[in-house]
Structure formats: structure tokens, C-alpha cells
Design a protein around this ligand. Structure first.
Ligand code: SAH
Ligand code: SF4
Length: 416
């Protein structure tokens, strides 16, 4: 087996996932010019060709030859889909070895970007804040004069009519299962089965973009590494996928957010990357005692160590670090917890995303009371910390945060 084959996994000849220089070298190894590698790169990542046959930029004879030699695109295959009443879609993605992960498409995002200083945040906050900016709302608003924003807004409405969304967020998985064992998370129940490769991570995005006919550059796409798995326990492949997405698929890293449960050495490595998504840290508790209970990994790296590591990230001018905080009824959602969060984050360029816990079978927590959520948010804001409540997306199809699991056994509709 050549180095190139082994770099994409034992015995596989997968093109998707290879970087430009690797594809150029591969083309030369076939006795072709390096430029063929450039063409394959464009076909895989810009045209989103799903098979060698579809790489029409290559001469037919070459396509036939490489397919006969066993080369294939081999990006994850969308095998099942479920659609929520709110437009969210959840996909079951199958890898070459039969393992599956889930990927989620959220037209109009989920509100997670608000206040983080990104382009996506500016777009979101300029739209209808605090509610799901569904088609009917926006269209109704467009018809009365109180709808602010002028021409740009009217263009948005045109896009909305054509495509059913003005921007969308894709939530990607990084591992099959997860080893971290957070007590409130359904993915944790699976344990860890394996890491995804960079191609399998970026390939989820390619498959979803192809399904929706998205043209990157024209359409506004945000990515969140918040699906199944802990990206920072699969650091190298995760970062390689970021490079594929940025350099291959032309999605700017400023439109990407990675969420970690808090792997301290990886946060420090991440701080030194020149191309990197924005960071979200799943804080989820205001002190180590509660956090150890709900996130046992806190015994390895406590809150102080994590905040110190986050502090080493050189933030860009408009960038804020997001702290995610899953509200579990009576466990971490009381006023004393809000006060502790304020004390922890004082002085940091930070914002807090409050996530109302999404229930899952066999998980014995309670959802917080709406009034407790409201008080918690108000206390943070009054204390000077921007705080947003994440819109739950796709709860009816188990696509919301922490509800992702390989669900072949659940009632999903087949792919259309
Ligand atoms: N492993 C990474 C990213 C995936 S989880 C991490 O933990 O950060 C993405 C987010 O969903 C995390 O903030 C996590 O705390 C949250 N989450 C997990 N289970 C949840 C649930 N049942 N309800 C709401 N949020 C949940
Ligand atoms: Fe893993 Fe994140 Fe779920 Fe924790 S919350 S078990 S780190 S996926």
C-alpha cells in the first residue's frame, strides 16, 4: 500500500478528504500532470461531485481508469433523513465501514451565533431577534413598512422565497459516539466507537450542501462542530477537516464554531492555530462540585484550568468566546449559580449561550422551569455578561443538542 492510500485509511482509496498537495502527488503517481490533482480538488470540494463518474472535468478515459483501480470519492452517504416541523433536518450518514453518525441542517440557524462578533451574528441579530425567523414571519413583516433594513432586507426576502431560508447552519459530528460521558447527553450513552477522518467530517458538509443545492459564496452557510463526539479528542482530523472546508470548500473559518467539553491541552494547541474556528466551551456548571457530577471529565481538568487555557487564545478584534451552559432543572439553574458564573467569567471577552436541557430516554434530569431560565438570563445580563437563550431546533425529530445518537432503530423516514 502506498503512503497516500494509508493516509486515508487502511485499504481504502478515498479521494474525498485528500488535500490539494496530496491530490497533486497522487495525479503524478498515476503518470498524469499535477494539474489533474488541482482539477480533482475542484471537482470534489467546489462542484461537490459525489462519484468519480461525476468528475466531468477529467477525461472519460482517466475517470474509467482510476475507478477501475478502485479509487472512489467515498464521502459519507446520507442514508436516512427526518424533517422537523421547524424545517430542521437530521441525517443519518453512513461511512465506508458501515458506521453511522448524525448531521443536522438548520435553516435560519439556531441562535447560537448571537453576540460572538461574527458575520453570522450580525446577520442573525439584524433579523427578528428572539423568535424563530420563519418564512411566514419574515414575509408578513416585509409587507408592512415597519420592517427595517431597506434594500438588503428585501433581497433577503427574495432569497427566502426562492430557497426557504436566508442562511443555514450545519451541525457536524466528529466521532462515532463519545468517550466523555457527560451525564445529561444522549451521545454519551453510545460510548466511543471510533474517530472520524477529516474526509468523513468535511464530507458531511459536502453531502448536505449537495442535497440543498447550496452555492458557497452566494448562500450563507455556518458550521458548528457540535454534533456527536468531542472534536478535541480527535484533534488532528478535526483540524485537517477545517483546512479542507476553508481551502477546498471556501467556507470561511469565521463562520465556524467548535464546541468542546474542555480538553485543556487541546485548547492550548488550538490557541496557536492560524486558521481556526471560533471556540465554544461547554461550561455547564458554575463550580467544580456540580461540574464533576454532571461532567466527570472535570476531575481531569477543572474549571480554573480550562478558563486559563481559554485565556491563551488570541481573539480577533470582534471575537468573543462562547460559554455554553445547559440548564438542568434545580441542578445548575438557580440564582446562586448565575452569580458564580458571573464571578468566573468577569473580565473575559465572553458571552453565554443558555441551552434548555433537551430530554432523552434513560436520562434522569429535569427541564428547568421557564421562570428560572428567565431569572438566570436576566442576572447574567444585569451583571454585564451577554447571555442568549438558544432556540431548540428539531426537538420533535431528536435533532436538538445532546439528542444525537446512531438511531437506525428509531422511526426515521427514508431518504427522499
Ligand atoms: N462534545 C462537544 C460538542 C458536542 S455537544 C461538547 O460537549 O461541547 C454540543 C453541546 O450540546 C454542548 O454544549 C453540550 O453541553 C450540549 N448538550 C449535550 N447534551 C445536551 C442535552 N441533552 N440538552 C441540551 N444540550 C446538550
Ligand atoms: Fe460528548 Fe459533548 Fe455529549 Fe459530553 S456533551 S458526552 S463531550 S458529545
Amino acid at each position: 500500500m502506498s503512503d497516500l492510500e494509508s493516509s486515508v485509511g487502511e485499504g481504502t482509496k478515498a479521494l474525498f478528504g485528500m488535500a490539494l498537495d496530496e491530490l497533486r502527488t497522487l495525479a503524478v503517481s498515476w503518470g498524469e500532470s499535477a494539474y489533474r490533482g488541482v482539477q480533482i480538488h475542484g471537482a470534489l470540494y467546489r462542484q461537490l461531485a459525489g462519484s468519480v463518474e461525476e468528475m466531468t472535468v477529467l477525461p472519460l478515459a482517466l475517470r474509467e481508469r482510476i475507478a477501475a483501480e478502485g479509487w472512489s470519492v467515498a464521502r459519507p452517504e446520507m442514508v436516512q433523513t427526518a424533517t422537523s416541523v421547524d424545517g430542521t433536518e437530521r441525517y443519518l450518514m453512513r461511512m465506508g465501514d458501515g458506521e453511522t453518525v448524525e448531521t443536522v441542517w438548520m435553516p435560519e440557524g439556531d441562535g447560537g451565533e448571537r453576540g460572538d462578533g461574527s458575520e453570522a451574528a450580525a446577520e442573525e441579530m439584524g433579523e427578528v431577534d428572539g423568535e424563530t425567523a420563519g418564512a411566514s414571519t419574515a414575509l408578513r413583516s416585509a409587507q408592512d413598512d415597519s420592517f427595517v433594513g431597506g434594500r438588503k432586507r428585501w433581497q433577503d426576502i427574495g432569497v427566502l422565497e426562492q430557497k426557504g431560508y436566508r442562511r443555514a447552519t450545519i451541525c457536524i459530528s466528529s466521532q462515532v459516539g463519545c468517550a466523555v460521558n457527560c451525564q445529561f447527553c444522549l451521545t454519551a450513552k453510545l460510548g466511543i466507537r471510533r474517530n472520524l477522518t477529516a474526509g468523513e467530517i468535511a464530507g458531511q458538509v459536502a453531502a448536505v450542501l449537495a442535497r440543498h443545492g447550496v452555492v458557497v459564496g452566494r448562500d450563507r452557510i455556518n458550521l458548528v462542530f457540535m454534533g456527536m463526539g468531542e472534536p478535541f479528542l480527535n484533534y488532528d482530523e478535526f483540524m485537517k477537516s477545517v483546512h479542507l472546508l476553508v481551502k477546498g470548500m471556501a467556507i470561511p473559518e469565521s463562520r465556524m464554531t467548535v464546541s468542546t467539553s474542555g480538553i485543556e491541552p487541546a485548547i492550548r494547541r488550538f490557541a496557536m492555530e492560524t486558521i481556526r474556528p471560533k471556540l465554544a466551551l461547554s461550561l455547564n456548571a458554575s463550580n467544580d462540585v456540580v461540574r464533576e457530577r454532571i461532567m466527570p471529565i472535570t476531575r481531569k481538568w477543572n474549571i480554573e484550568a480550562l478558563l486559563e487555557a481559554v485565556g491563551t487564545i488570541p481573539l480577533t478584534k470582534r471575537e468573543y468566546v462562547t460559554f455554553e451552559y445547559v440548564l438542568l432543572g434545580k441542578v445548575n439553574d438557580q440564582p446562586e449559580h448565575a452569580r458564580e458564573v458571573l464571578a468566573l467569567l468577569r473580565g473575559m471577552r465572553a458571552k453565554v449561550n443558555l441551552i434548555v436541557w433537551n430530554p432523552g430516554p434513560g436520562i434522569a434530569y429535569e427541564q428547568p422551569l421557564p421562570e428560572d431560565v428567565a431569572v438566570f438570563q436576566k442576572m447574567l445580563i444585569d451583571g454585564g455578561m451577554p447571555a442568549y437563550i438558544r432556540r431548540p431546533r428539531g426537538r420533535d425529530i431528536y435533532a436538538a443538542c445532546g439528542q444525537l445518537k446512531r438511531t437506525v432503530d428509531e422511526p426515521l423516514v427514508s431518504i427522499r
